[in-house]
Design a protein around this ligand. Structure first.
Ligand SMILES: [Zn+2]
Length: 200
């Protein structure tokens, strides 16, 4: 969440949040800085199984950009799930790499309420949802990250100018489509933002 890499051109004293420093033969440095220490890193010796050492990696679902992730796949894995669609999108064993902000923005863009029971979502809605996820992620990557004030790219630039959100952190503000006020509520412990009028 708060971790980022930074190329160090002019050698300087590492800040107190520097967790790992990589040096190449020419003494160029890549620093991993993480204020809240949520990040994890592994050193895996040659010949060892990555999946055995990094627990959970083997159980990750497909990436949103992969061909394995489509409406058919979603339909299959959620057809009996009574969990909310928001909780499903955050479940890394179903799809890998969708964070809270992207889940909220994708559901808004697809017009689906985050509270809907996953199994009630129809095929045509899933097609739209998959498209929304890909579009939201592409927009965000293309513009250097999200609106998190502490997100930085490799050069240490703040990603603050990134994705313009429609619902995330817009509680009480007017929906850009209908003017209704954006609401916020927790779903499985995560802040969820949505427009009750646009999302059914
Ligand atoms: Zn709306």
């Amino acid at each position: 969440m708060t971790g980022y890499f930074k190329f160090i051109e002019n050698s300087s004293h590492p800040c107190k949040h520097t967790r790992i420093r990589f040096f190449d033969k020419n003494n160029n440095e890549l620093r991993y800085i993480d204020v809240r220490s949520f990040g994890q890193m592994w050193w895996i010796n040659k010949g060892l199984s990555i999946n055995k050492i990094i627990k959970g990696l083997g159980s990750l679902g497909p990436e949103p950009f992969s061909k394995d992730f489509d409406a058919n796949y979603l339909k299959k894995v959620i057809s009996k799930r009574t969990k909310s669609i928001k909780a499903i999108l955050l479940d890394q064993t179903i799809v890998a790499g969708i964070g809270n902000i992207y889940a909220d923005e994708s559901l808004y863009s697809a017009g689906i309420s985050p509270f809907r029971e996953a199994r009630t979502i129809k095929k045509n809605e899933l097609i739209k949802l998959k498209e929304s996820i890909v579009t939201v992620l592409k927009k965000s990557i293309g513009s250097g990250g999200t609106t998190f004030s502490d997100f930085r790219d490799l050069e240490g630039e703040n990603g603050n100018f990134g994705l313009q959100t429609n619902v995330y952190r817009r509680t009480g503000k007017e929906c850009r489509k209908c003017g209704n006020l954006i609401e916020r509520q927790k779903i499985t412990g995560r802040s969820t933002h949505w427009c009750p009028k646009c999302q059914k």
